[in-house]
Ligand binder design. Structure first.
Ligand SMILES: Cc1cc2nc3c(=O)[nH]c(=O)nc-3n(C[C@H](O)[C@H](O)[C@H](O)COP(=O)(O)O)c2cc1C
Length: 192
């Protein structure tokens, strides 16, 4: 069971990374050997916007050449996607929007359908709901099964650690991910 965490903040150690990593760490620490986690920050990566060329309808992959390929390969290879974004003007960051728009190329032959998704947003004050809606719209369109959401509050880098409601929700979500593998199977194989 491959669990991929994508953090769409431009701050490598920002609040979104705290929440996405919290979910992954729980799965890593509490899960059996069947679980494999991978974390990817979009910070510093080049993800150009979709040009609307529609060439992907035939190719079933985006023809633009940048870091998107590596991310898309990881996404198509995972079983659970945890995707998080900071709230920028009541919505996802531009980097996340670019990534999402380019997954149009994976939609034509439903490359992401049937996988599980968790969506995560962080805002300082307002707009986090719309960020979640955008991420949910992405996940629903592709046919992911939803394992839920985490909505965090924080402004300065790392502030979200004081938002107990969201950090506790990360544990709840982590448990849900672990339940994807049957309990009977887990009990004999716990890593620690
Ligand atoms: C360009 C920009 C736009 C932002 N817009 C909002 C907003 O609309 N609502 C809000 O509550 N916070 C807004 N914020 C604050 C961030 O959402 C907040 O600092 C969040 O914790 C950042 O997450 P990160 O640490 O993972 O980058 C904005 C920050 C930036 C840099």
């Amino acid at each position: 069971m491959k669990v991929l965490g994508i953090c769409g903040s431009m701050r490598k150690t920002g609040n979104t990374s705290v929440l996405v990593k919290k979910i992954l760490d729980y799965v890593k620490d509490e899960g059996c050997s069947e679980f494999e986690t991978d974390y990817l920050s979009l910070s510093g990566l080049k993800i150009s916007p979709c040009t609307g060329c529609e060439k992907c309808r035939e190719k079933k992959w985006c023809i633009l050449k940048d870091d998107w390929d590596t991310i898309a390969e990881k996404m198509t290879g995972c079983d659970v996607l945890v995707i998080g974004s900071p709230t920028y003007f009541y919505d996802v960051s531009g980097q996340v929007k670019n990534l999402i728009d380019r997954t149009y190329s994976l939609y034509h032959d439903r490359k992401l359908a049937g996988k599980n998704a968790v969506v995560v947003s962080v805002c300082a004050d307002r707009g986090g709901e719309r960020t979640l809606e955008t991420l949910e719209g992405f996940a629903n369109t592709h046919g992911f099964s939803s394992l839920g959401f985490v909505a965090g509050r924080g402004f300065g880098e790392g502030d979200v650690i004081n938002d107990e409601r969201s950090t506790e929700k990360c544990i709840e979500i982590g448990e849900k991910i672990l339940k994807l593998v049957s309990n009977t199977h887990r009990s004999g194989q716990k890593k620690r």
